[in-house]
Design a protein around this ligand. Structure first.
Ligand code: MUC
Ligand code: MG
Length: 378
């Protein structure tokens, strides 16, 4: 029996973080997310899009995502059979150009609605889990070395994380080097260190400082150069005795193909939001795999809904050479869902329960929504 799509709604919301999160291009004190609800055959599925600093990490803003969902994606999908997931993905892809974060939120919500209607977990709808858990990294980005060390020590003691990503590139690279050297000394032999430059360096800065950072113990350099500079990434990757990873530079299957052909990276950060949904993420992962590139389960710092959607999908993709960083719910001060995934034994585990494995907390959404007067939580 068809499961007709009856209602699609996107709601923007802002949730504060537990501490300021310093990236090269912005400091985040609250995350702007968009929660998407798709009702099909009387069953509601959930999806989420997150933006870092509004349209600063990527090109989509929370307002734009909500409009893309409520107008163009709703128009393309209302009245369609949710259970025909291939046709749904095709309609999503053709409804509007770009807007991959909006597309992913809807793709996930439709999949969630179908999985819930069948009484199965999303991972089962997607063909089953290859792994039940993925090692979970944490980002040290408080802006203060002592505070980062304290935070890392707590994560190790509580067996939450033993892979730390450090955000650098905002200021003087020599200062970044001193910061990393102190973290490397503090965590030597107990945790791995990676850096995310978020496109902030030019090629000569990368040539000058990346080797010294690698020498200090950094294993992975995430998007050191601007997304357009694929050739520069390739030159750096050849010279560096550490792995270069593409993040902002790889959104579409064509992007990953180009990086692979240019030997521009040894690893790729997947993010369902960059790839426009389930089908797009699988396409990018398949090309990365075929080219021998390591996978990393990336995040846009989504809350519980987006995090669990990504986790179910990643679990179907098999081995993640660099683990994942689906720690968004731990960085947020509150959850828009009734649960909040927590790591154990340094990994994030698939939850039980139908669909993505959590429920929307309607009171919290009413409180944190930004599109109309907020309510006071009682
Ligand atoms: C990014 O660029 O990877 C992921 C983890 C984090 O701290 O920031 C994000 C965005
Ligand atoms: Mg990144």
């Amino acid at each position: 029996m068809p499961q007709t799509i009856e209602r699609i709604e996107a709601v923007p919301a802002r949730v504060p973080t537990i501490r300021p999160h310093h990236l090269a291009f912005v400091t985040v004190e609250a995350m702007d997310v968009v929660v998407v609800r798709v009702t099909a055959g009387g069953v509601t599925g959930l999806g989420e899009a997150a933006t870092i600093g509004g349209p600063r990490w990527g090109e989509e803003s929370p307002e734009g995502i909500a409009a893309a969902v409520n107008h163009y994606l709703a128009e393309a999908l209302l009245g369609q059979d949710a259970a025909n997931l291939n046709a749904v993905e095709d309609r999503i892809a053709r409804a509007l150009r770009g807007n991959s974060f909006a597309k992913n939120a809807v793709s996930t919500a439709v999949h969630d609605a179908v999985a819930r209607a069948r009484g199965e977990r999303l991972v089962e709808l997607l063909g089953g889990a290859v792994v039940d858990s993925i090692p979970l990294a944490w980002t040290l980005a408080s802006g203060d070395t002592d505070r980062d060390i304290e935070e890392g020590e707590r994560a190790l003691a509580e067996r939450r994380h033993r892979h730390f990503k450090i955000k650098i590139g905002a200021g003087d690279p020599a200062q970044d080097l001193r910061h990393i050297a102190r973290l490397a000394a503090a965590f030597e032999g107990r945790a791995t260190l990676r850096v995310d430059i978020n496109q902030a360096w030019d090629e000569s800065t990368a040539s000058q400082f990346a080797p010294a950072l690698a020498e200090a113990g950094v294993l992975l350099f995430e998007q050191p150069l601007p997304a357009w500079n694929v050739d520069g990434m390739a030159r750096l990757a050849t010279r560096l005795r550490a792995t270069v990873m593409a993040d902002e530079g790889v959104a579409t299957p064509q992007d990953v193909l180009r990086h692979a052909q240019a030997a521009a990276c040894g690893a790729v950060a997947l993010k369902p939001g960059k790839h426009g949904g389930v089908a797009g993420t699988r396409a990018v992962a398949a090309i990365a795999r075929a080219a021998g590139l390591g996978l990393y389960g990336g995040t846009m710092l989504e809350g519980t809904i987006g995090t669990l959607g990504a986790l179910h999908l990643y679990a179907t993709l098999g081995h993640f050479a660099w683990g994942c960083e689906l720690f968004g719910p731990l960085l947020l001060r509150d959850s828009l869902a009734t649960t909040r995934p927590a790591p154990r034994d340094f990994a994030l585990h698939l939850p039980d329960g139908p669909g993505i494995g959590t429920e929307l907390d309607a009171d919290k959404l009413a409180h944190y929504r930004t599109d109309r007067a907020r309510t006071v939580l009682g």
